[in-house]
Write a protein that binds this ligand. Structure first.
Ligand SMILES: Cc1ncc(COP(=O)(O)O)c(C=O)c1O
Length: 395
């Protein structure tokens, strides 16, 4: 699907299977950023001269585009550096509303960025962390009794970056709301890969990263329901997030600018807008179908080789291991065939523990991947298996 739109994939003879770490970028994204730097590079919300007004207009148009993409209002879109920063913003802003012995519910399949911030702040404020376990199929084993009147926050990943599981967010968000808790969604692996409608899912907050959805690095989004953002404290303080400052007092800016202190990453915001336009042009449903088909095809092929696949991958991501071989060794051997996959703990150490492994090999897709890429991977893995057998490594 339109591999030619991605200059890196034309310039380097590689099979890129690590899009869950970061996706490649189509030329229109790169060109839009180049255009900003060569034609109207200037700061936003400050200058009253033409190029600054142009930059501000483009920056705010991007906010509208992001809002429309997830069915939100522009004022509900905060630009951050990425999912990690969005989740940290929430942890810092919300934790002060929690009191000792209140509870936060997470799951065993969370990325460290949706675990470590809560862990650190929970420790400081004596707040209890609870976890939804996963079953042997790699799915959340959700028991509604895990949420009670002490639960103040439920924060979950949408699509697991290890197992490729799609969690039933609507059901759990409803349960959270029924018990008066807030629901936060980590959409790092779902936004840009499947249709996301924050109203339909009824999540209070959604965090995601541009660089995983064909956009540039260094920019991400935090969506939050207007009424919640209005009452929350800012996370960073400084320029642009203020309305009035005296030596001892500050009146904060309106939402969303209240949460965007300092000079933002304007070029990347403009790049993200282009990435969304590109995704819209292809069609998010077609992208999802394409990636689901590739996942199904790959899982079948891996299983035919006798390779252990973890969970029941549905979207974008498949993790596996070859018995007796470290994932780093498998990745390095694949690299000799110009195949790029990830090997390691995937920033999910607790999940690795649950799976009783130190790490996994992970293959992940985006719209530019083809069956041909999978065939090359399978061929190379077959050669690795033969080599392992020859060398007496358990396979
Ligand atoms: C599920 C999930 N959450 C959060 C993150 C963190 O994203 P970022 O590094 O862009 O902040 C990742 C990145 O791999 C992820 O896969």
């Amino acid at each position: 699907m339109r591999k030619d739109d991605f200059p890196l994939l034309k310039n380097r003879k590689i099979v890129y299977l690590d899009s869950a770490a970061t996706s490649q970028k189509p030329s229109i994204v790169i060109e839009a950023m180049n255009d900003f730097y060569t034609r109207y590079n200037s700061n936003v919300h400050r200058g009253v001269y033409s190029i600054s007004e142009e930059a501000t207009l483009e920056y705010e148009k991007a906010r509208e585009k992001v809002a429309e993409f997830i069915n939100a209002l522009p004022s509900e879109i905060i630009f951050t550096r990425g999912t990690t920063e969005s989740l940290n913003l929430l942890a810092y802003s919300l934790i002060d509303d929690l009191k000792e012995n209140d509870e936060i519910l997470l799951s065993e399949m969370e990325h460290h960025s949706n675990l470590v911030p809560w862990q650190q702040l929970a420790k400081k404020n004596n707040i209890k962390l609870k976890f939804i376990h996963i079953n042997k199929n790699g799915q959340l084993d959700f028991d509604p009794n895990l949420i009670n009147n002490k639960t103040k926050i439920v924060s979950l990943v949408h699509v697991s970056n290890v197992l490729g599981t799609i969690n039933d967010i609507k059901k759990i968000a409803k349960e959270a709301h029924d018990k008066g808790a807030l629901f936060i969604l980590d959409g790092a692996q779902s936004v840009g890969h499947m249709k996301i409608d924050v109203k339909d899912l009824d999540v209070d907050f959604l965090a995601f990263s541009s660089h995983k959805m064909l956009g540039p690095m260094g920019i991400g989004v935090l969506y939050g329901k207007s009424d919640l953002l209005e009452t929350m404290n800012p996370f960073l303080y400084g320029g642009d997030m203020i309305k009035q400052v005296s030596l001892y007092e500050t009146r904060f800016n309106d939402v969303p600018w209240k949460f965007e202190a300092g000079t933002p990453n304007v070029a990347s915001v403009i790049g993200l807008k282009k990435a969304i336009e590109y995704i819209n042009e292809i069609g998010i449903d077609d992208i999802e179908k394409h990636n689901r088909k590739l996942v199904k095809y790959t899982v079948e092929k891996l299983k035919k080789l006798g390779i252990k696949v973890y969970g029941t991958p549905k979207l974008n991501v498949i993790s596996f291991n070859i018995d007796g071989m470290h994932p780093h060794d498998v990745s390095s051997l694949l690299n000799q065939n110009r195949i790029c996959i990830r090997g390691g703990h995937m920033c999910c150490m607790p999940l690795m523990k649950k799976l009783s492994v130190n790490g996994v090999c992970r293959v992940s897709f985006n719209l530019y991947n083809e069956k041909k890429d999978v065939d090359e991977l399978i061929k190379a893995l077959n050669e690795i298996l033969i080599l392992a057998e020859k060398n007496g490594i358990a396979v």
